[in-house]
Design a protein around this ligand. Structure first.
Ligand code: HEM
Length: 413
C-alpha cells in the first residue's frame, strides 16, 4: 500500500496536479519539476517534494534521517489532534522506524514470502476465473475484476468474510481520499468521514479479533493474535492496525496495477498475442506497467534531523513527499523513460518502494496481476477500451481510474 494515511499532511496535494487532466497524466509536470526544482519546498502545503530517482531512492534508503513515523513531525500533534488518539494504523510497520518496524514486520513476513504466496496460486486462479467467466463482452475492468479479486484474496488470507466486500471498498476509498481543503466546511466533512471510517474499521476488527480469540482458525488474524514478539503479544491497537493496513494495502493498490497495466497494453493491441505465446513476457510487461503508471505515486517521510538533499537544506521535523511516479520516469535512470517499453530489462523501478519499507505484498501483487491478466487473455482474443472520459481516483498518492470500460472479442468474432 502506499505509505500515506489521509489524515497526514502527505495527502495535501500540489495545486499543479489538482485538475482531472493533470492527475490522469502527471508526468509532464514531474518532468518540469525534475529539471527545474528537483527538491523543492512548497509553501502552500508546507511540505518538501523530491522528484529525481536518486534522491527518492536516497530518502527511502535513509530511515535515520527520513523517518516513516509521522509523530516525529512538528505537525504530528495536529494529526493526533481533535478526536483524541490517532487511528490504530499509525501503530503499524508502515509508520514505524527500525528496530520497532522490524519487530512488527517479522510477525507477518513469513506469510508473504514468494514461496508462501505461490501456494495461493491455485486459489487466486480459481477466484479470478470466477470473475472472468462472468464478464459480458462489455465490462468495467475495475468493478468486475480488478477490485473484487484482490479483496477476496486478502480477505481470505486474513480470515474476514468476503461478503463484506462493499464495506471494505467504502472504507478503502475513504482512507485513500484526497482532502478537500477548498473550504473549512469541506475539510471538516473530510475529517469527519475519516474519523467515522477509522471508528467503523476498529469496531469491525475488534469484534473479529474477539471471535478468533474465542475460536482460533487457520487464518492470518489468528496467527497475529497468537504471535509473540520478544515474549509479548501484540496490543489490541497493534492488532487492529495490522488488519486495517493489510486490508487496505492488499486491495486498492493491486486493483490499480491491474487496471493501469491494461491501460498500457490496450495502447499496443498486438501485445496480447505475444503474452499468450510467452508468459514471461507478460511478467516483464507488468513490471514496466508498474514503472510507467505506478499505482502508488508518492510516499511520505519526516526529517528526523536536518539534512541536505539536491543542494537544499531541509530542517528537522519537516514533511517530505518522495514522488515514486516521477522517479520512475526519470530520464537519468531509464532510457526512453517516457515510453512504455514492454520488454524493458533491467527495470529498477521504485513502485514497491525501497529499503526498510519495501512492499510486503509485492510477490502477492505480482501474482494476482499476472493471473488476472492471463485469464482475461484466455477469455478474450482482443480487448479494446470503450471510449469514455476516464476519471482519476480522487487520492493524492494512489494512481488509477475509477472505471475502465472495455469491450472484449472472442476468437472468430
Ligand atoms: C501493485 C500493488 C502494490 C503496490 C504498488 C504497493 C506499493 C507499496 C509501497 C510503495 C510501499 C512502501 C511504502 C513506504 O515506503 O512508505 C508498500 C508497503 C507495504 N505494502 Fe504494498 N503495494 C502493493 C500491494 C500490496 C499488497 C497486495 C499488500 C498485502 C499484503 C501490501 C502490503 C504492504 C505493507 C504491509 C507495506 C508496509 C511494509 C513496511 O512498512 O515494511 N502491498 N507498498
Amino acid at each position: 500500500m502506499s505509505a500515506a494515511d489521509p489524515s497526514r499532511p502527505a495527502v495535501s496535494f500540489p495545486d499543479a496536479l489538482s485538475s482531472r487532466e493533470r492527475w490522469l497524466e502527471p508526468f509532464g509536470w514531474y518532468r518540469e519539476m525534475r529539471a527545474d526544482s528537483p527538491v523543492r519546498y512548497d509553501t502552500d502545503r508546507e511540505l518538501w517534494d523530491v522528484f529525481r530517482y536518486d534522491d527518492v531512492k536516497h530518502v527511502l534508503d535513509t530511515d535515520a534521517v527520513f523517518s516513516a513515523d509521522p509523530s516525529t513531525a512538528e505537525f504530528g500533534d495536529e494529526v493526533a489532534d481533535g478526536e483524541g488518539e490517532p487511528p490504530p494504523v499509525f501503530d503499524t510497520m508502515l509508520f514505524a522506524d527500525p528496530p520497532e518496524h522490524d519487530r512488527l514486520r517479522g510477525v507477518v513476513s513469513d506469510f508473504f514470502t514468494p514461496r508462501a504466496i505461490s501456494n495461493q496460486a491455485d486459489r487466486i486462479r480459481e477466484l479470478t476465473e470466477g470473475y472472468v467467466d462472468d464478464l459480458d463482452a462489455e465490462f468495467d475492468l475495475v468493478s468486475e475484476l480488478a477490485y473484487p479479486m484482490p479483496v477476496d484474496v486478502i480477505a481470505e488470507l486474513l480470515g474476514v468474510p468476503t461478503d463484506d466486500r462493499a464495506q471494505f471498498k467504502r472504507w478503502s476509498d475513504t482512507v485513500i481520499e484526497r482532502p478537500d481543503a477548498t473550504t473549512e466546511a469541506a475539510m471538516e466533512a473530510f475529517q469527519q468521514r475519516q474519523q467515522e471510517t477509522q471508528r467503523e474499521m476498529s469496531e469491525y476488527f475488534s469484534q473479529l479479533i474477539d471471535a478468533r480469540r474465542a475460536e482460533p482458525r487457520d487464518d492470518l488474524i489468528t496467527a497475529i493474535i497468537e504471535a509473540e514478539v520478544d515474549g509479548q503479544r501484540l496490543t489490541e491497537r497493534e492488532l487492529i492496525g495490522f488488519c486495517t493496513l493489510l486490508l487496505v494495502a492488499g486491495n486498492i493498490t493491486t486493483t490499480n496495477l491491474i487496471t493501469n497495466a491494461m491501460r498500457c497494453f490496450t495502447s499496443q493491441p498486438e501485445l496480447l498475442d505475444e503474452f499468450r505465446a510467452d508468459e514471461t513476457k507478460l511478467s516483464t510487461a507488468i513490471e514496466e506497467a508498474l514503472r510507467y503508471r505506478s499505482p502508488v505515486q508518492a510516499v511520505f517521510r519526516v526529517t528526523a534531523e536536518s539534512t541536505t538533499l539536491g543542494g537544499r537544506e531541509i530542517p528537522a521535523g519537516e514533511g517530505v513527499v518522495a514522488w515514486l511516479g516521477s522517479a520512475n520516469r526519470d530520464e537519468r535512470a531509464f532510457d526512453r523513460a517516457d515510453e512504455f517499453v514492454v520488454d524493458r530489462q533491467p527495470n529498477q523501478h521504485l513502485s514497491f518502494g525501497y529499503g526498510t519499507h519495501y512492499c510486503l505484498g509485492a510477490p502477492l501483487a505480482r501474482l494476482e496481476a499476472k493471473l488476472a491478466l492471463r485469464s482475461l487473455l484466455d477469455r478474450f482474443e482482443t480487448v479494446e477500451p470503450v471510449d469514455t472520459d476516464l476519471q482519476p481516483i480522487r487520492s493524492s498518492f494512489i494512481y488509477g481510474v475509477e472505471e475502465y470500460p472495455l469491450r472484449g472479442h472472442q476468437p472468430g468474432e
